[in-house]
Design a protein around this ligand. Structure first.
Ligand code: SAM
Length: 280
């Protein structure tokens, strides 16, 4: 039984980090003319209503996207991501938040392709409806990890694979590593972007050690913390591990994270980091 619903968390600081990285990778891939595949293994519902009961109950977006989307000093690098958010919100009221599949749809070109999988019985139909008229997309109610074996390599031999499970099962910390390993064996030139929460630092360390042990090279780690690490319940930070990042991503995130951190978190709290978990 899946109980996680992303509608409670849409637009929070972790989404801001994830979708910033996602949009910069997509923009990086677009620098070459050749089309590519965007594979979203855990796609969610697609669109989230911020005035809805779920988002209102937690109010997480108020400490995330709501703090940045209308800033006058928005960095150039955030424009693709924030452009997608604005496309869903005419005027000055933030009503909807686009999840990763809709951000990708907004940024992809006419000959790029999307492959989206989602398992939840309530979120899958919402996602399917969003993409009903979209000939570039294939949307399936299927296991995301399985796609890393069955859908790679893509015919175009270029692609971004976003892996964004809910981590409601402890086994997800292991499944993401074996999933990336399986995917990489089939498609070693693909860009694999894994999102993770920092709830218990030891869990993240174990996952990173396991990923290092696969022998995969070129893994960039990006983190944004809104609180210090703690062994109490709750997410203090989130991060992205990116295999084969576009060459500019490291510098782009180094220049963006201080701005994001300043807007999202009171001064002196939390941290940001961009470093190679495994270099070239
Ligand atoms: N990627 C989305 C975004 O950024 O907008 C959010 C995804 S949410 C964090 C994780 C989603 O994975 C949930 O909607 C959940 O139902 C779904 N899920 C959980 N296990 C799955 C699996 N094995 N395969 C596919 N989807 C799964």
């Amino acid at each position: 039984m899946l109980s996680y619903r992303h509608s409670f968390h849409a637009g929070n600081h972790a989404d801001v980090l994830k979708h910033t990285v996602q949009s910069l990778i997509i923009e990086g891939l677009k620098e070459k003319e050749k089309p590519f595949l965007y594979l979203d293994t855990h796609a969610g519902a697609g669109r989230y209503q911020l005035s809805g009961e779920h988002a209102e109950r937690t109010g997480e977006y108020l400490e995330g996207i709501a703090r940045i989307w209308q800033q006058d000093d928005l960095p150039e690098l955030l424009k693709p991501y924030i452009g997608a958010v604005r496309a869903f919100n005419q005027g000055s009221t933030l009503r909807f938040y686009p999840g990763s599949p809709l951000i990708a749809r907004h940024l992809l070109r006419s000959d790029d392709k999307l492959h989206l999988t989602e398992l939840h019985s309530s979120d899958f139909p919402l996602l399917r409806n969003e993409f009903q008229k979209e000939s570039r997309a294939r949307v399936e109610r299927a296991d995301g990890y399985q796609q890393l074996k069955s859908r790679l390599p893509p015919p175009s031999r270029r692609g971004l694979i976003l892996i964004d499970p809910p981590y409601e099962l402890k086994s997800d910390y292991h499944a993401v590593v074996s999933g990336i390993h399986e995917g990489y064996k089939r498609f070693a030139t693909g860009v694999f972007a894994l999102w993770y929460p920092v709830v218990l630092r030891q869990q993240v360390k174990r996952m990173c050690n396991e990923l290092q042990a696969t022998g995969i090279r070129r893994i960039l780690q990006i983190e944004l913390a809104v609180r210090p690490d703690s062994d109490q319940r709750g997410m203090t930070a989130s991060g992205m591990l990116v295999v084969n990042p576009p060459w500019r991503l490291e510098q782009q995130m180094k220049s963006l994270l201080p701005w994001l951190h300043e807007k999202l978190v009171p001064a002196g709290i939390g941290h940001t980091s961009v470093s190679w978990l495994v270099p070239e």
